[in-house]
Design a protein around this ligand. Structure first.
Ligand code: CAA
Length: 259
């Protein structure tokens, strides 16, 4: 598969996807969405691949937002008729296998929203997160107002959306927006290491764990706890459940079949 705006490589069971428009600080245009949709679909469909990492090229930005130059001449009817931004939900959020965002530099607007679509974010100490859309006369459109509020709470989310202020990596870790902060030079290797660990787990269990944690964002507590219980029960039908528990009892590592 060839892509115009991203680089994709496989490192054993881990797919590394790199946003590659450094001259535009990896701004997210329609071609990026098209390329990411194809890359995530290929990753989901490839049984040899068990975790993915998404990062940005260049040290300056993960992504500085949706591409403003692509949006500047569009009016409300254009956005509505194209259902602009809807592809991110189906093409990226819909990925069933786990993936990690590795963020260095700016993650602004759609860039912050894309990072928050990941299962979790590992940040470089240079990372800066923000939703500066208000300065352009608009507001987040790829889920940012909802995901940021669920991640960091109302006070910080409201302040960031209303003022456009950026959050640095230290504050982002304190606010639980990112799982941890690492030196910029180690970012991709640390993310690949975390991905390799996930890739070593039983793959169906990884997919179900991802689905369960995401339920907490998408449904009420009583309903999501009931779905969690059902998914747990269904996992017991897999060969990997039998192997995982038997291996524990026999004091040896499990060998996964992926079903
Ligand atoms: N869209 C298109 N191009 C962008 C871009 C964006 N979001 N962000 C940066 N670029 C381009 C710049 O136009 C510039 O290109 P040229 O050299 O051709 O002029 C190049 O990237 C480098 O950027 P700067 O010269 O501006 O770099 P800087 O170091 O001076 O500033 C920055 C860096 C503070 C991140 C600044 O680029 C900036 O403010 N970018 C826009 C951030 C923003 O508003 N993001 C939200 C976009 S709207 C959105 O995302 C909607 C949504 O809800 C999804």
């Amino acid at each position: 598969m060839s892509y115009e705006t991203i680089l994709v490589e496989q490192r054993d069971a881990v797919t590394l996807i790199t946003l590659n428009r450094p001259q535009a600080l990896n701004a997210l245009n329609s071609q990026v969405l098209k390329d990411l949709t194809q890359a995530f679909a290929a990753y989901d469909a490839d049984p040899s691949q068990r975790c993915a990492v998404l990062t940005g090229s260049g040290e300056k930005a993960f992504a500085a937002g949706a591409d403003i130059k692509e949006m500047v001449d569009k009016d409300a009817a254009d956005f509505f008729l194209e259902d602009f931004f809807s592809g991110w939900q189906s093409g990226v959020v819909g990925t069933r296998k786990p993936w990690i965002a590795a963020v260095a530099g700016f993650a602004l607007g759609g860039g912050c929203e894309l990072a928050m679509m990941a299962d979790f974010i590992i940040a470089a100490d240079t990372a800066k997160f923000g939703q500066p859309e208000i300065k352009l006369g608009v507001a987040p459109g790829m889920g940012g107002s909802q995901r940021l509020t669920r991640a960091v709470g109302k006070a910080k989310a409201m302040e960031m959306c209303l003022t456009g202020r950026m959050m640095d990596a230290t504050e982002a870790e304190r606010a639980s927006l990112v799982s941890r902060v690492v030196p910029a030079a180690d970012l991709v290797e640390e993310a690949l290491k975390a991905a390799a660990l996930i890739a070593s787990m039983p793959p169906m269990a990884a997919m179900v764990n991802k689905e369960m944690v995401n339920l907490a964002f998408e449904t009420g507590l009583a309903q999501s706890i009931q779905i969690e219980r059902r998914l747990f029960q269904i996992l017991a039908a897999t060969e990997d459940k039998k192997e995982g528990m038997t291996a524990f009892v026999e004091k040896r590592p499990g060998v996964w079949k992926g079903r």
